[in-house]
Design a protein around this ligand. Structure first.
Ligand SMILES: NC(=O)c1ccc[n+]([C@@H]2O[C@H](COP(=O)([O-])OP(=O)(O)OC[C@H]3O[C@@H](n4cnc5c(N)ncnc54)[C@H](OP(=O)(O)O)[C@@H]3O)[C@@H](O)[C@H]2O)c1
Length: 256
């Protein structure tokens, strides 16, 4: 069996494009169903749902702002309704905390508003969304938190972003400790630089940046969304169930 349950359903935040979309498609390829969230791009999310359905799996899309803690209870109710109507269940097999944005600004110029936006979306939101959804995650289920290579190595301009990612790596260890009694395993996947819309599409669209990252990567290129989608899907299968509380970097070996 590929997954630990007969009808695996994974919730992926920020599944409308980029890495979340690749994760959703990677999971569908392995035989899982997906609830994905989007922030503003409803049509993109509907497109991903159609792509998953074309693979013979079931999917649904819900709106969510991971920086808006006050909306989480309503989201949890909506998720419950969707699970009941679409799958006849009230739990998900696993949660992937993926949604996020990048803000590239030096420490000297970072505003409190920028810091708070990153903190709410990448740290506080991940903490309280996970807390809110704990009753919806099945026993023996999975949680994956998406961090960044930037929590291990430093690029100027990413201080606040990387601090939040460092925080969720610590959160992963505590979740693993406290949820172990329910059989839930929790890990961090830390992608390297990947060609998506993230940070204004800098890694994908800026040739100089792209070449510099490729030059620092032993495998000789910048990462693609599928590189992360495949790794995340693999980390949610039965084969990886004994990996727990770990940080796994998926970066082609950059800066080792
Ligand atoms: N790309 C990289 O190089 C890289 C490297 C390391 C880590 N990461 C991490 O990987 C994750 C995904 O990044 P990505 O490259 O896929 O970015 P992306 O292509 O820009 O996609 C961002 C996703 O997050 C959603 N989103 C944006 N703001 C949100 C909010 N306030 N609440 C909820 N959802 C929101 C977007 O929804 P809409 O489509 O509706 O706007 C979209 O689905 C992030 O946590 C990022 O920090 C990325």
């Amino acid at each position: 069996m590929t997954f630990d349950t007969q009808t695996p359903i994974f919730l992926i935040t920020g599944g409308s494009r980029g890495l979340g979309r690749a994760m959703a498609l990677g999971l569908a390829d392995k035989g899982a169903d997906v609830v994905l969230t989007y922030h503003a791009r409803k049509e993109d999310a509907a497109g991903v749902v159609s792509e998953i359905e074309a693979k013979g799996r079931t999917a649904a899309a819900l709106q969510l702002d991971t920086g808006d803690m006050a909306s989480f209870t309503r989201f949890e109710t909506q998720l419950g309704q969707t699970l009941g109507e679409t799958w006849g269940t009230d739990t998900i097999t696993g949660l992937v905390n993926n949604a996020g944005i990048g803000i590239n600004t030096p420490i000297a110029e970072t505003s409190e508003a920028q810091f708070d936006q990153l903190m709410n979306m990448h740290l506080k939101g991940v903490y309280f969304l996970t807390q809110t959804l704990l009753p919806r995650i099945a026993d023996n289920g999975r949680i994956l938190n998406i961090s960044s290579g930037l929590a291990r190595f430093s690029y100027a301009g990413f201080s606040a972003y990387a601090m939040m990612k460092g925080g969720i790596e610590v959160f992963t260890r505590y979740l693993a400790l406290e949820l172990g009694s329910r059989g839930i395993s929790v890990n961090t996947i830390a992608p390297g630089a990947i060609e998506t819309d993230f940070g204004g599409g800098l890694v994908r669209d800026n040739e100089e940046m792209n070449a510099a990252i490729a030059g620092n990567t032993p495998l000789g290129r910048v990462g693609l969304p599928e590189d992360i989608g495949g790794a995340v899907a693999a980390m949610l299968t039965s084969d990886t169930r004994w990996i727990n509380g770990e940080r796994i970097e998926v970066s082609g070996g950059i800066h080792h």
